[in-house]
Design a protein. Structure first.
Length: 496
């Protein structure tokens, strides 16, 4: 039986600097994936309600864009300190609505804070360039200007971090913003916006709208929205990219992944095992940079297979707020069913179930969506699992005779989010860095997550667009270039 938490609430929208009741006729439920407890009711906004948020952002834009960059970043300095002061509180909210462990939730927030810190450098990062006397008495300059109203559509798996790939850069560059978080995990952004309220940001600069597909479509179709930032599955990323492009919007759309790690025989096997285990099973495998396929080369096959199975079998699974828990649940009962079904598909198609996490039962958390770490050995190259993003704690093992064959597995994948290599060979590492067809590369690193001052890259069906989130790419995305050619000399020459 589903239990409603005593603290369960009806969520408000944040529009034009005010918390307002939603006019939505449809509502969803926010559920704790570890307990099945209902935490809140979330409105699924229609186009009219999203339109009010867009109009509020549009009304705030003219004054905000004229605010000097030095003044625009002052609220971000305050936000950084508020996020740090409320780190544990926000971490608990993330764990309650997403399921990841408390330690993972706090680590996620550290990355959010890091992006706020980088965006505080906008007075430098947003600068253009100039050249005098491009012709006699004529000067030329390039300046960056904000776009206007922009929107971010963010996923369930990192409710605290991913919105901050976009929010601080968008507003520091002089844009006004609408955030539409996943309707599965709206509580983290609700609290973050309450903290934003304390920073002195003018009303309408940031707006929070909860909703589903109707809200997304309203953002994609509205003529006053200039740019869309999206993170989610590849099918939805393609949809968002195409629909945004059809109305002339900029779009950066991060899609799904099938991330490979190659383990060479000369790798430090205990280190590789620990790091790959953390990558495959951390956040219950629900991250776009999680290792999904380990390709063992030569004699590394048996050594790594045995060590990873032993390591994964010892992971403690449970409620992320409980002491000592190392892995939490997947997000919904539907996700649990899908992950377990895919394990069965892999088994039917020839994989050996080395470690089976299906039908997990966690004492005192029987209502949770738990799948324990699972390892499938000898997954056939033509198996459905070789190309499917499972998005759960499942690691597939494939064997290759050499690095050439291992790299060929990566080449065949339609995804290109991240790939890693474990080795002690500098030449192998350089070759991998040079040839691996992915946007984020790790060498003896399990999760090649870029720091905030680097772009969060992605290739092939893992990304649609040109400029990525974070760092300089974010500044490029949220500004447009204007080139100005000036002549003030009294003499006029037609010589060029």
């Amino acid at each position: 039986m589903t239990v409603v938490a005593p603290s369960a609430i009806k969520l408000l929208q944040y529009i034009g600097g005010e918390w307002v009741e939603s006019s939505a006729t449809e509502w969803g439920e926010v559920t704790n994936p570890a307990t099945g407890e209902i935490l809140a009711r979330v409105p699924l906004a229609d186009a009219a309600e999203v339109g009010r948020a867009i109009e509020a952002a549009a009304a705030a834009y003219p004054e905000w864009r004229r605010t000097p960059p030095e003044d625009r970043i002052q609220p971000l300095f305050k936000l950084k300190h508020l996020l740090e002061e409320h780190l544990d509180e926000l971490g608990r909210i993330i764990t309650e609505e997403n399921g990841k462990t408390f330690a993972e939730a706090k680590a996620e927030l550290r990355r959010a804070i890091e992006n706020v810190e980088v965006a505080c450098g906008i007075p430098m990062m947003m600068q253009g360039y100039n050249l005098e006397d491009v012709a006699r008495g004529i000067d030329e300059i390039m300046i960056r200007q904000p776009l206007g109203v922009v929107a971010a559509i963010t996923p369930f798996n990192f409710p605290g971090m991913i919105p901050f790939w976009f929010l601080p850069y968008a507003i520091a560059c002089g844009n006004t913003l609408i955030v539409k978080p996943s309707e599965r995990v709206p509580l983290t952004m609700r609290r973050a916006f309450a903290l934003l309220e304390q920073t002195g940001l003018p009303k309408g600069v940031v707006n929070l709208v909860n909703g589903g597909k109707a809200a997304v479509d309203a953002l994609l179709d509205h003529p006053k929205v200039r740019a869309i930032s999206f993170v989610g599955s590849t099918p939805v990323a393609k949809y968002v990219y195409a629909r945004a492009g059809a109305t002339g919007k900029r779009a950066q759309c991060q899609g799904g992944a099938k991330n490979h790690v190659i383990v060479l025989p000369d790798a430090d096997m205990p280190m590789a095992t620990q790091i790959i285990s953390d990558s495959a099973f951390g956040c219950a495998g629900q991250r776009c940079l999680a290792v999904s396929v380990a390709v063992t080369v030569g004699e590394a096959q048996k050594t790594f297979r045995d060590s990873i199975a032993d390591s994964a079998s010892k992971l403690r699974v449970g409620n992320g707020l409980d002491e000592g828990v190392q892995m939490g649940p997947v997000i919904t009962p539907q996700s649990k069913t899908r992950v377990e079904s895919l394990i069965g598909v892999g088994e039917k198609q020839g994989a050996k179930v080395l470690l089976d996490g299906r039908n997990a039962r966690i004492p005192k958390n029987e209502g949770g969506n738990f799948v324990k770490p699972t390892i499938l050995d000898d997954v056939p190259a033509n198996s459905e699992l070789a190309d499917t993003e499972i998005f759960g704690p499942v690691l597939s093992l494939i064997h290759a005779k050499d690095l050439d064959e291992a790299l060929a597995f990566l080449e065949r994948s339609v995804f290109g989010n991240q790939a890693s290599l474990f080795t002690s060979s500098g030449s192998a590492a350089r070759r991998f860095r040079y040839e691996a067809p992915a946007g984020n590369i790790g060498i003896n690193i399990g999760v090649a997550a870029p720091m905030a001052y680097f772009p969060f890259s992605g290739w092939k069906d893992s990304f649609f667009g040109i400029m990525h989130g974070q760092g300089r790419d974010a500044v490029e995305f949220y500004t447009e270039k204007k080139v100005v050619v000036e002549r003030w000399a009294k003499e006029h020459s037609r010589k060029f």
